[in-house]
Design a protein around this ligand. Structure first.
Ligand SMILES: Cc1ncc(COP(=O)(O)O)c(C=O)c1O
Length: 343
């Protein structure tokens, strides 16, 4: 996080705590490409167990974890269905097409309000006349959807849709921990609904690096090959895995504090009519259509007063709470933003 600034751009800006750094320094390591890093192996076993799956694979980034999963589920020339705002097709630099030869087709961006009937209606069967659908991807929580949480009921209906059509279901679970804390759904319950998940340690959980692909053992064996092919085979990665294990042990329950901070920010700015959606987790989406300032102007003015926010479009912006923004800084940011919005 930039010094002396209140950084609400993303939950990726956190720095490892001293406890986490101690765990990293003390980590037992080995060469993970040989499968010999005990800390990576322990992290992978732990995350697989958390989600009730057989295996998991440690990857450098969430994007790589997602793209490995997509390559596992969708062969070249076949199709992925996801929403028009999904991270996998918005922010991953065309990787599904560039590396996987995967066609993507989208349903309208509705954040976490996925309609399983709409998805069912889009699925195309195997055949030689149209691109066959092989997987559906959803995002929990939804990044561009303002941190919205897909309900368990919707996910169960999506699973039925996928089963009936015999297509796979992937979860981009970069912030699935937030959904678990917000809705109280056990991680293993989420895990049981998906063929593959990617879960991230370096967003709200505060580790410096790391995501995992989670799934069945045979899939994760294939994932290991794809990871190496994509240049993601790491050596003494236990130093990073130790940070992830520390994050799992210490930083999941505390996400409720980040949700409360986001709710406080939302409450402060709601009277200005700029909340794009109800705040469920640690993201506060802003719709500035009716505000006097557009998003770049608001961001520049806030920066001048020491508060960093993300610009997502001409009239859309985002605030994100995380472990490196203490309560007094939230109050200060709320004062700054309300002052600017009132002007
Ligand atoms: C929902 C979601 N998925 C995946 C990612 C990708 O993570 P990474 O930046 O580690 O590639 C992000 C990053 O912000 C994200 O928000």
């Amino acid at each position: 996080m930039a010094e002396n600034l209140i950084d609400l751009r993303s939950d990726t800006v956190t720095r490892p705590t001293s406890g986490m750094r101690e765990a990293m320094a003390a980590a037992e390591v080995g060469d993970d490409v040989y499968g010999e890093d005990p800390t990576v192996n322990a992290l992978e076993a732990e995350v697989a167990a958390l989600f009730g799956h057989e295996a998991a694979l440690f990857c450098p980034t969430g994007s790589m974890a997602n793209q490995i999963a997509l390559q596992l589920l969708v062969p070249p020339g076949a199709e992925l269905l996801c929403d028009a705002d999904a991270h996998v097709i918005t922010y991953e630099m065309g990787a599904a097409a560039a590396y996987g030869g995967i066609t993507s087709r989208t349903w309208s961006a509705v954040g976490a309000d996925v309609d399983p009937d709409v998805v069912a209606g889009m699925i195309r069967p195997d055949g030689y006349w149209a691109v066959p659908t092989r997987a559906i991807a959803v995002e929990q929580t939804h990044n561009r959807g303002g941190g919205g949480v897909i309900s368990l009921d919707t996910l169960r209906r999506l699973r039925r849709v996928a089963d009936e059509a015999q297509v796979a279901l992937h979860c981009d679970g970069a912030r699935i921990w937030h959904a678990h804390v917000a809705d109280g759904v056990p991680l293993a319950t989420y895990g049981g609904l998906f063929d593959t998940l990617s879960v991230c340690l370096s967003k709200g959980l505060g580790a410096p690096v790391g995501s995992l692909v989670v799934g069945a053992a045979d899939k994760i064996e294939r994932a290991r090959v794809i990871r190496k092919r994509m240049g993601g085979g790491m050596r003494q990665a236990g130093i990073l895995a130790a940070a992830g294990r520390y994050a799992l042990a210490h930083h999941i329950d505390r996400l409720a504090e980040d949700h409360a901070k986001a709710a406080r920010l939302a409450e402060a700015i709601a009277p200005f009519g700029v909340l794009a959606a109800p705040v469920r987790t640690n993201l506060v989406p802003l719709d500035l259509t009716k505000a006097s300032l557009d998003a770049p102007t608001l961001a520049a003015a806030a920066r001048a007063e020491g508060v960093l926010i993300s610009v997502l479009g001409p009239r859309t912006a985002r605030l994100v709470t995380h472990m490196d923004v203490p309560d007094p800084a939230i109050d200060q940011a709320a004062t700054t933003l309300t002052h600017l919005l009132r002007a």
